[in-house]
Write a protein that binds this ligand. Structure first.
Ligand SMILES: C[S@@+](CC[C@H](N)C(=O)[O-])C[C@H]1O[C@@H](n2cnc3c(N)ncnc32)[C@H](O)[C@@H]1O
Length: 248
């Protein structure tokens, strides 16, 4: 089932990217029962509809909007790294929240850097590093080179590996991807900076939470309403990086 859904998601995704929108294609027909269940759920989902209406590339935009509304992690002028950024809905939210286009002259202008293994359709106000693996040190160096002053105020990750369907294995893979981002945060995040990452809940959730608690003043688990209740997905929010380093 997981493989069939991933296949359908990919087909939907490429079609939607051509339209610069990541929404459920109405013309597609499901080939299997699993695909039919996925399509039916997409058609009924209010966040899919709202993403269409508000021109977001996918429904996940509402997860970030909700987390930010409650926890205030983004400010105008922030330099943000969006890890696992394709198709680009979080980057759309970020361009607005950090004033990356300078549309509000009364506040600072921010910078949005999206990184993904996949191609991302260009977005005004965002810089994209496509076809880059965030677990690779070469990608980390490219991020530092592109960030103004080589530093970020916020690192976000909505990364997700292709699901194998084996719950614990998928959980461990995602945790180890997030752990490599923690190393990036030690180098790239300014003191006081914020970090948010998605994991699939499981046996190693406490391990990553402990590592965040060593580095940040405040750590919380958040599950926005836009995240499906049946999904093991949770977000770890860590605010105010403790490292002592001269701020830029
Ligand atoms: C759920 S999607 C992100 C959706 C995105 N937040 C948005 O709002 O458009 C997860 C993304 O993580 C990316 N990804 C998975 N493993 C990655 C890796 N090692 N390096 C970079 N991106 C990765 C996938 O290619 C996929 O595009």
């Amino acid at each position: 089932m997981a493989a069939a859904v991933t296949r359908l998601w990919r087909r939907s995704s490429s079609l939607a990217q051509r339209r610069s929108l990541h929404i459920t294609p109405r013309v597609q027909k499901a080939k299997t029962g699993a695909e039919q269940i996925w399509l039916t759920r997409q058609h009924k989902d209010p966040y899919v509809k709202a993403a269409h209406v508000q021109n977001y590339r996918c429904r996940s935009a509402f997860k970030l909007i909700e987390i930010n509304k409650e926890h205030k992690i983004l400010q105008p002028g922030n330099r943000v790294v969006d890890c696992g950024a394709a198709p680009g809905a979080w980057s759309q939210v970020l361009v607005d929240k950090v004033n990356a286009l300078g549309q509000d002259p009364a506040v600072s202008v921010g910078f949005v850097l999206g990184v993904d293994l996949l191609h991302i359709t260009p977005l005004e106000g965002a810089t994209f590093l496509c076809k880059c693996d965030l677990t690779e040190p070469t990608t980390h160096r490219k991020i530092i080179d592109l960030l103004p002053s080589g530093q970020a105020d916020v690192i976000l990750s909505d990364m997700a590996p292709n699901a194998s369907g084996i719950k614990e294995l998928d959980h461990q893979r995602l945790v180890s991807m997030c752990l490599s981002l923690l190393d990036v945060s030690d180098t790239v995040l300014r003191p006081g900076g914020n970090f948010l990452c998605k994991i699939w809940d499981g046996g190693k959730s406490n391990l990553i939470r402990d590592k965040l608690q060593q580095r940040f003043q405040y750590v919380r688990i958040v599950k926005p309403k836009a995240s499906r209740t049946e999904s093991a997905e949770i977000y770890l929010l860590a605010k105010s990086h403790k490292k002592e380093k001269a701020s830029n």
